[in-house]
Design a protein around this ligand. Sequence first.
Ligand code: ATP
Length: 482
Amino acid sequence: MINNLNSKRTVTVIEGDGVGPEITSLTIDLMRASGAMFDVELAEAGEVAFTKGIAGGVPQDTLDSVSRNKVVLKGPLATPIGEGGKSANVTLRKTFEMFANIRPARELPGIPSPFSGRGIDLVIIRENVEDLYAGIEHMQTPNVAQCLKLISRVGSARIAEAAFAFALSQGRSSVVVATKANIMKLTEGLFKSEFERIAKGYPNIESSHILIDNCAHQLVMKPEDFDVIVTTNMNGDILSDLASGLVGGLGFSPSANLGYEVAMFEAVHGTAPDIAGKNKANPTAMILSGVMLLRHIEEFTAADKLEQALLLTLEDGIHTFDVPGTGAVGTLEFSEAIKLRLGSLSSYPTKTHSPLAMKKLWPEDVDVTPPSRSKDGLDVLIETNEEAQVVAQKIQAALRDDNFRLTMISNRGTRVWPGAPSNATQVDHYRCRFLATKKSRWSDETVSRLLAQIGGVYRWMHIEKLESYHDKPQYSKAQGED
Ligand code: ATP
């Protein structure tokens, strides 16, 4: 039972499924006991919503509560297994465009890990709405699937801005962007270049780039050297779990999801149904998420007090059963031990925090529509099991005008025509590149004619227009293409 105080601030609380209700209610109790002033509006999502037949897992009342209060503390939510049911977590994240996922990974006292004693204290900032997670997938042929990786200029600028603003709010001195821009020059490259542009506005914070594979390596070799890492959605998904593993696992990992309107705080772990209701859950990740929430609503004193009491409890060797060693207690006893220590300091200092001042960016703020744009040609993807030489001959024979010229065919990104037959395994999916012979004659009508001519010999399933901006091609070349 949560009593309200009629304070100016109300937080929407979604207790969630599995261990959610137990760890959420004690977290609110501790936040209040630390002196924070806020009221609570309980809202439903997850299993209870799915059983009522709400497909997205989040009832309208809950969405209204989140819109009204703009700050959410959320327990883990169950996602129905199998096709059809959408994750309630994803529904919330997408509805309120919470584009920044913030995952701190900090060494905690008394929590053993292979890296204990190294002083790890880093934050991964993951772009959370774009990239391969846009969810645009197709089976292009019975044997080849496609997932579109979409990276926007504004999405990249926003997350870079969030990373620098977050670093400033915690007095952190460096932000590194981790990408695969050496291979994905356009998508990951755009993310990198927007980061570098935004970095110029933060001259007092050190900024640099690291390739994502090297970042993973360095995170294991020298994790204590990292401060803030900002990265794309897929990279961040993997790196942030890796970072949790460095400091004791998901049971100790809090997170924040930030958008321009709404901020949602949650533990990274799932519903842990195997231990639900057994007084066994480790509430640390949830409590640390509560600490992040308190800082978000600028209850800095209460946040520091709660964080210190938690750190001191762990330092005193008190922990839940998931941590090896003596001193294990139940969830409630752990929470009571924290409460008893409110007002005392651990030997692990808390950083000074200031309000997060995230500059809002909209598409028009970053628009760089180039004045000079030319249409170079067309990539047409076709389905066939025939040899590349045969494909080239048949397509060339099918072309009945000279608006386009077939210049290259690739299979899974490797050029297979012109040139000697490739030894690489080939699948029923070819990309045929056509260049316009006279750009002045390019039109959607000439493109339609080309497609009709190709369609007479092969099934095509996808086209992509090839453009240059300021005479610079805005499309990748195939492996082996000149
Ligand atoms: P979900 O389907 O919601 O992701 P899950 O059980 O597959 O649930 P987690 O909830 O992350 O995934 O749990 C993985 C394992 O870690 C389980 O054995 C669980 O008991 C344990 N675990 C997860 N969270 C905690 C916690 N807060 N305290 C103790 N153990 C936990």
